[in-house]
Design a protein around this ligand. Structure first.
Ligand SMILES: Cc1ncc(C[n+]2csc(CCO)c2C)c(N)n1
Length: 237
């Protein structure tokens, strides 16, 4: 079994957990509050800007010009998707990049972002790519799952986790090309390096679950602070 096949196989329990998360179920049933949706939106735009740094690092760490061009193409797509996203004006007012810069990065988002950027100093495609590819893989798989569900057809739920851009899919789609690169790089890596890459992939899958959870519960530094200073024990969020 190739390294990417091992990653995908071992990530299955995380995929199922993500499918079952009340936020994902809430998208299906159209049962999320504007505050939950707004929290997700703000945190996710900031998350995707952080991905720009990770994709840029992949361009730099590429082991062939072909790889560099693929990552560069993915980087351009990321920036154009972000541009479209920022252009949208949700009901609660415009969210241009200037005002988003003021939005605080909340705890789980910070943890996930730092997990990803921590791979950058390795200068290794095998270490950096799984941190990023896992999130992309998870969204693609959740998109396929959504197609099997009878879901609410009103916005904003209808477009959420809906596979629209075909560039991600198929044998020449981004995700398959990323897995092919992981397997190519694994050929010249030690067992320890391969295991580390897999652990990074799985940790991103776990943090995907916590990203939904943070939005569902609207976890902020402020309510963390309140809980701590009130002296309450446990994860009672
Ligand atoms: C928490 C979180 N994880 C991963 C992504 C990445 N992502 C989700 S959809 C998409 C484009 C493909 O449909 C990409 C890159 C994200 N935005 N938020």
């Amino acid at each position: 079994m190739s390294l990417s096949e091992e990653m995908i196989q071992e990530a299955q329990p995380y995929l199922i957990a993500n499918e079952k998360h009340p936020f994902v179920q809430g998208i299906i049933k159209g049962q999320l509050t504007p505050a939950q949706l707004q929290y997700y939106d703000r945190q996710d735009i900031a998350f995707e800007y952080n991905e720009v740094a990770v994709i840029t690092a992949l361009v730099n760490a590429s082991t062939s010009t072909e790889q560099a061009l693929l990552f560069q193409k993915r980087l351009t797509l990321q920036l154009s998707m972000l541009k479209d996203w920022l252009k949208r004006e949700p009901a609660d007012g415009p969210h241009d990049w200037e005002s988003l810069k003021q939005a605080p990065i909340q705890p789980i988002n910070q943890l996930y972002r730092q997990h990803m950027v921590a791979t950058i100093p390795t200068h290794s495609v095998l270490q950096i790519l799984p941190s990023f590819a896992a999130g992309e893989w998870m969204y693609i798989e959740l998109g396929k799952f959504m197609e099997t569900q009878t879901r609410v057809e009103t916005e904003p739920f209808r477009s959420f986790l809906t596979l629209s851009n075909q560039d991600f899919l198929g044998p020449r789609g981004y995700i398959q090309q990323f897995f092919d690169i992981i397997d190519h790089e694994a050929q010249t890596a030690s067992t320890q390096e391969q295991q580390r890459a897999k652990a990074t992939f799985l940790k991103s899958c776990l943090l995907e679950w916590y990203f939904w959870d943070a939005a569902y519960k609207q976890i902020t530094w402020e309510n963390w602070q309140t809980m701590a200073l009130k002296g309450q024990a446990g994860l009672g969020l």
